[in-house]
Design a protein around this ligand. Sequence first.
Ligand code: ACM
Length: 711
Amino acid sequence: MRWLHRRGRRLAALASVVLTLPLLPATVSQAAAAPPAPAPYALVPRPVSQQAVAGKGFTLTPHTRIAVLSKTPAVVGVGSYLSRLLSPATGYTLPVVRDTRAQKNAVVLDPHGPKSLGAEGYTLSSGKNGVVVRAHGAEGLFRGVQTLRQLLPAAVESPTGQSRQWTVSPVRISDSPRYPYRGVMLDVARRFYPVSQIKRYIDQAAAYKINTLHLHLTDDQGWRIAIDAIPNLTKVGASTQSGFTGGTDWYYTAKEYKEIVAYAKSRFVTVVPEVDGPGHTQAALASVPGLNCDDKAKPPYSGFDVGISLYCMKDKQHTANMTRFLTTVIEAVAKLTPGPYIHLGGDETPQATPEQYAAYAKAATSATTTRHKTVMGWHQLGQATVPSGSLMQFWGEEDDRESIGTADETESIAFVRNGVAQGATFVMSPSDHAYLDMKYDVSTPYGLSWSGYVPVQKSYEWDPATSTAKPDGTGSIVPAGQIAGVEAALWADRAYEGSNELPTPNTHWPEPYVYSDYMSFPRLPAIAEVGWTPQSSRDWKNFRQRLAQQGPRWTAAGIGYYAAPGVPWPGTVTVVEGAHSVETGGKALDNPGGSTSDGTGLVVWGPNRGGNQTWTFTRQSDDTYTLTNKTSGKCAEVADGSTSAGATVVQRACDGSTGQRWKVTPLGADDEYTIASARSGLLLTAASATDGAQVIQQTDSGSALQRWTIG
Ligand code: ACM
């Protein structure tokens, strides 16, 4: 959802990159294999602190009780939620009992923990007698229950009965979030999500401790919320989606919207409704003639363009029409919404003069504050006067960060500065990290790439504290104290199979949930961890191991996720069968001089694609590989089968020994791999990036000279 001219520029740049990239070898793929032993637990988001406890853990039985140490309905509700959550897979209907003390064979939910835990913090302790989750109130208990869920086997997520033991790993956890706002956005305007699919998404997000659901309710392609006083908004404005016309019920009635809000509340998720303007308003212009300068309704719009519409503000009369319209709509939406925020959009309105933009902001913000709601808006709203304490959502990208402090600071940065000066706080949704509609890579069937590809590693490796800082992390425009949190945004203007192209008659639109499953998993959990876990505890290598263990949970739950490369998903191995050049630091793994002798030490050298730099990867029964040099026919091995760091790597007649077997692990970004000796576990490492440098085995240091491309 960006300006076409901008999108065009980005696309042109990307297209040239794509064309010059070598095609992935057809043999690099993922295939089924025996699953490795699962880690006992692998929590996402990573808790602030966790300590393994000795013992086997607590096994649920049909007689386990959920003991709730309070009669507050919200707390009892968490108990019932847990009982219902566990029921389908276990087949147990665990009774929720009110009690005053911890007891055996129970999951105890204690809301009387210290205030210092905050609203969402909790402690969790599991041992052989049971589990105790303690928090300061119901919300923290609910977050703790999400952790408890991940301490059980993945099969607990199955909607059907599974016959097995249900043991909670023994652990002591103390946890609370880094940021109070951790959101997801669904673009229900471009693609209408039925209520049931929104509930499904709420459940998926809540499992990762997301606490806010932002619904992008209005755009050019559709108006999705019934407003009693203006029935045309849904009669006409809801009849389209991107790629669809003729709808009669592509909107939420007040009752349905309340149902969504109530469901979200039961998962401690706050709904933020967005009424976008003054641009992105064709659906409103198609429904209300007086919002147009010629007082004629525009045709409903089902296309894919951005930047096509604006409320008419050419004279007093039309500005008054808009103000009346916004007041009616925002008051109605505010009335249906118990949460504190109304999102007023404000993005992508280049046709608006500054005066017109200010008129929109004034009308929309007054209607919001009159209803005692807090204004939220895209960061462009910062160009106007906004009430202090408003929440701005930053969706800029690298270009913006690079411009900071230069003579050419982008408009976005100027708007952010203006928002900060007015006392706004910020939610960070940098499009090059947190936009879930960006493709993962060239193979992604849906979505766009105007902000580049966003592989899962990129969705994880960013820090909200530096989202509005220079690329080196300094000079953050939004001070740390004005950062409220993060939001992953799933736009739906390319929710069909068709790459960046506009749809063709054969283009396929999946059900919205298929699109959201694929684009959100695994990136949504990555962004959830960005918002929850302290920056100092976050590390991609550690995360991808934990993330991999979530895969079987999604499979059990029926979530159609993207098994992104670079994550060691159980049951998959990377296949790199065939002849390859193996490179690091701009140099290739080389059998010097094409030696045919045993014991010749391998080196790195400028790539030449010669036989002495060509290595055939042959998969072994243990999913490792031998690497055979094309010129010599000999295998790469650690000299003398050494298990010491620093030992050299040589070639020797192939004999299938573990010293000649290598484990190949993708790193995710840029098609890089580590290559570890199956014997020592140490990584194939170039001693330096100069011609003739030795190749050795070393402990994993994260060095660039341990990251190999296999081309
Ligand atoms: C946006 O992507 N236009 C907020």
